[in-house]
Write a protein that binds this ligand. Structure first.
Ligand SMILES: NC(=O)c1ccc[n+]([C@@H]2O[C@H](COP(=O)([O-])OP(=O)(O)OC[C@H]3O[C@@H](n4cnc5c(N)ncnc54)[C@H](O)[C@@H]3O)[C@@H](O)[C@H]2O)c1
Length: 439
């Protein structure tokens, strides 16, 4: 495919954003003449999604180059590099010296780029996002953007800074770039089903991957430290994953927030760990059911479950005064449940590609583009839901977002004293509704 050249003016605009503001300097005209139009990318967190996001960033229009990579594990970085180099030989230029390993790796990789992809597990998002903003870089960050309230506040403070610096920020809630969703939700906003009075959202499905300690230790040929184990098996630890209500169900909660143009004001719910029990399943629940209340008094019933052999659904549905809509099915029905409109498109563009196309186009054209705030609100919505199920109490948004309870370890090192450890039987403690304190 031909890669259109971008104009000198556009180049000036986006480089000005990344360099001038970061340095707090006013650069003389002509300073940019020495640069070409290539957008340099750094990948932070070289796992499945990070590698996918880098592939998509490297498939956008205009000259782009992956110049730096960072991960805490060398094996993860190397396999990501091999995949990306195999697919984009001429667009991957990451010499050994630009492959950074360790807890501080992100800082060095960010330095070398115009655009950074943040795709670590979500516990590290506030820290890496803040640093990317501090260094004045454009950002694609995966969702969720935090795992606890202090993390959301830290992310929001950096988001405000990113706006001041005119940085472009994309958040990996890709339904916002999926034409079927965009078209359907626009119709809802235009009143296709009247006032929306009731909502439902689901992420009911299977358990994702698990990395048992025994297998990891057999592969390593030694015992793992607790930090190493939790980092490898991160899905099952609150501080780094947030629980699956935050890590996955955020997508469906985000769609309802988008439809309502608001986030919930309070929530109560129930949940537990009924089936997915065992030493390697950490400290998260396998099901959550939450009633979220929105500012207009309407309710969202939300459920997410990781139990095999049960009802499966990843979907969002709303009922209005004049009809109903199965949002993920792009279908609007009348009061008699008859489909009146359905979005049809033979080849809908891949939303994962589209979100990168949109971000990179905005960077090149210096158009306003910042998804950080709704990304943070949707993350906080999911955290509020988790607080409701863990505590078993009615939790107000304001109390939730102001919670001082931080899940993050005090120290980031491989032999850190982890706040969460297994008991003598190898099992981790689960939250206990009615007893667990969340705010
Ligand atoms: N938008 C979507 O549909 C979608 C889909 C999948 C994953 N995700 C999100 O992407 C993120 C990553 O998920 P994944 O499936 O790629 O996980 P993964 O385990 O495959 O990759 C995470 C990578 O980050 C590395 N890492 C961990 N801590 C780090 C740190 N402090 N600094 C640098 N690297 C670090 C890990 O070693 C690993 O290579 C998660 O937030 C997840 O929710 C989004």
């Amino acid at each position: 495919m031909n890669q259109p050249e971008i104009s000198a003016i556009n180049r000036r605009n986006f480089i000005k954003t990344t360099s001038t503001i970061a340095a707090g300097l006013t650069l003389a005209p002509g300073v940019f003449a020495q640069h070409d139009d290539t957008l340099k990318i750094a990948l932070i967190g070289c796992g499945g999604r990070g590698s996918g996001a880098a592939d998509q960033a490297l498939s956008t229009k205009g000259p782009v180059k992956l110049v730096a990579m960072a991960d805490v594990f060398k094996d993860r970085l190397n396999s990501s590099y091999d995949m990306l180099k195999g697919k984009h030989a001429d667009r991957v230029d990451v010499p050994e010296g630009n492959k950074f390993i360790g807890f501080d790796a992100y800082k060095h990789a960010i330095e070398l780029a115009d655009v950074v992809i943040l795709a670590t597990p979500p516990g590290f998002r506030p820290m890496t996002f803040e640093e990317a903003v501090r260094q004045g870089k454009h950002i694609f960050t995966e969702k969720p953007v935090a795992t606890d309230a202090p993390g959301v506040r830290r992310f929001l403070a950096a988001a405000a800074e990113s706006k001041k610096k005119n940085l472009k920020v994309g958040v990996g809630l890709q339904r916002h770039h999926q034409i079927g969703y965009i078209d359907t939700i626009k119709r809802l906003h235009d009143g296709a089903i009247g006032d929306i009075v009731s909502m439902r959202a689901y992420w009911d499905g299977n358990t994702p991957w698990v990395h048992p300690r025994e297998t990891l230790e057999a592969q390593a040929g030694r015992k793992l430290t607790e930090m190493e184990y939790q980092m490898r098996n991160w899905y099952y630890f609150q501080w780094i994953c947030g629980d699956h209500i935050v890590e996955q169900h955020i997508h469906n909660l985000d769609v309802i927030n988008w439809v309502k143009g608001a986030h919930p004001v309070r929530a109560q719910g129930m949940g537990g760990c009924e089936v997915r029990k065992g030493k390697d399943y950490g400290e998260i629940f396998d099901h959550h059911f939450v009633e979220f209340q929105y500012p207009d008094g309407t309710y969202l019933s939300s459920q997410c479950r990781h139990i095999l052999g049960c009802y499966d659904s990843v979907s969002e549905h709303v009922v209005g005064t004049k009809g109903r809509c199965d949002i993920n099915d792009y279908a609007i029905r009348d009061k008699h449940n008859k489909v009146g409109w359905k979005f049809k498109m033979e080849h809908q563009p891949n939303p994962y590609q589209q979100e990168h196309d949109d971000l990179f186009a905005a960077i090149r054209a210096d158009k306003p583009y910042n998804e950080a705030e709704y990304g943070a609100n949707s993350t906080m919505t999911a955290i509020l839901g988790r607080m409701a199920t863990y505590s078993g109490k009615m939790i107000d948004w304001d109390d939730a977002i102001n919670s001082k309870i931080s899940l993050f370890p005090k120290e980031l090192s491989w032999d850190a004293d982890m706040p969460v450890k297994p008991g003598p039987d190898g099992m981790y403690k689960l939250p206990v509704p009615g007893k667990t304190v969340v705010v």
